[in-house]
Design a protein around this ligand. Structure first.
Ligand code: GLY
Length: 362
């Protein structure tokens, strides 16, 4: 088991990673001194660990459909009916959409109750469940309403991952692949638990330095500018991690075209992404002009085209990248039909898959 500390100015917690770490929940709840708990779970009851205290178990559904203010309100009303106080604890168990929405409900109920996350997808374990960002969607767009609410602990139980369909695992590997270019060592040959631990260690370092996204934290969005545009352009048929994978290859080529990195480093982007079994080509269905238009609306952009790009000093946010260069590099990307790019959605061999997806993150 790995235990990775995340130390912030006024709040610290540990991220535990390994098989069976969900059974540490009663100890975590005991250390918090919580009298009661509400567990909000997108996983079947048998996957939800005991809390050691009086508990209300509420069902949740992973996915963007329930990542709404209406869900937050419904959860808060359940918390009130249960009599949940600030001396109690909320526990989330599910993918990144569930940790996001439950984290936001915990932040708002009585202006903040402690929350413990049990992320159950690879994507949520390496990114969404760690670092304290919470958000829900509006009809106008994704993740438009949210806040920072750091958990009191994160238990990344790798047993959950044994139940994931192959494509959902790959979704998480999109975020692991981009770590290669933002300060992690080469993780390709490591066992999965060590890949998760290294990704979390990197994220903890970044969040400790810039909890509120004022600068450094932007590097976590490596590959995301095109990634988000690809998700939108394909109506979310391309999943978040898959979009980030293609976006990472593109970011390498763009950095090369701007003279920030050499040919070998550009090629490394392609090789790393491909070695995780992730897509490296842009879906033929997504038009170049449409993608450039979508990238202009990226959250990091202030009107122009903004990317996190590799360079002589490592990855950094680069504003106002000329649109003709972006268009030229995008036009030169390999293309393939969406159906040929994405992995078959088969369950893992010999196991029933529990319903779970992490379709999109930011
Ligand atoms: N997922 C990016 C971040 O937590 O900042």
């Amino acid at each position: 088991m790995a235990s990775i500390p995340l130390r912030l100015r006024d709040h610290s917690y540990d991220v535990l990673i390994g098989p069976g770490v969900r059974t540490s929940l009663p100890e975590v709840v005991g250390r918090l001194g919580a009298g009661r708990a509400v567990v909000v779970s997108a996983r079947p009851r048998e996957w939800v660990p005991d809390t050691g205290v009086e508990t209300l178990l509420l069902p949740a559904r992973d996915g963007e459909r329930d990542k709404t203010l209406a869900t937050v309100e419904a959860l808060c009303r359940e918390f009130v009916r249960f009599g949940l106080t600030r001396s109690d604890v909320v526990v989330s168990c599910g993918g990144g959409t569930t940790t996001d929405v439950v984290g936001l409900a915990a932040a708002l109920h009585h202006r903040g109750v402690p929350v413990v996350h049990l992320p159950t997808t690879l994507l949520a374990q390496v990114d969404a469940g760690v670092g304290g960002k919470t958000a829900v969607n509006l009809p106008e767009g994704k993740n438009l309403v949210g806040t920072y609410w750091q958990p009191s602990a994160v238990l990344c139980d790798t047993d959950y991952l044994t139940t994931l369909p192959r494509r959902e695992l790959l979704n998480g590997y999109g975020e692991i692949a981009r770590c290669h270019f933002i300060g992690a060592p080469d993780l390709r040959s490591l066992p999965r638990a060590e890949q998760i631990a290294a990704s979390v260690r990197l994220k903890a370092r970044v969040v400790q330095a810039d909890e509120r996204d004022a600068g450094l934290r932007h590097i976590l969005n490596y590959g995301h500018t095109l990634g988000h545009a690809l998700e939108k352009a394909t109506g979310f048929a391309l999943r978040h991690g898959e979009g980030v994978a293609v976006g990472t290859v593109f970011a390498g080529r763009l950095a090369g075209a701007l003279g920030r990195i050499g040919r070998a480093r550009v090629a490394e982007h392609h090789d790393v992404v491909r070695s995780y079994g992730l897509p490296t080509a842009v879906p033929s269905e997504a038009g170049t002009a449409d993608l450039v238009r979508l990238m202009r609306h990226d959250k990091k952009a202030a009107g122009g085209l903004t990317f996190v790009l590799d360079g002589p000093h490592g990855a950094e946010l680069v504003h106002d990248v000329p649109s003709d260069v972006v268009t030229h590099v995008l036009t030169g990307m390999p293309r393939a039909p969406l159906a040929a790019l994405v992995a078959a959605d088969a369950p893992p061999a010999g196991r029933a898959s529990v319903a779970t997806t992490d379709p999109a993150r930011s």
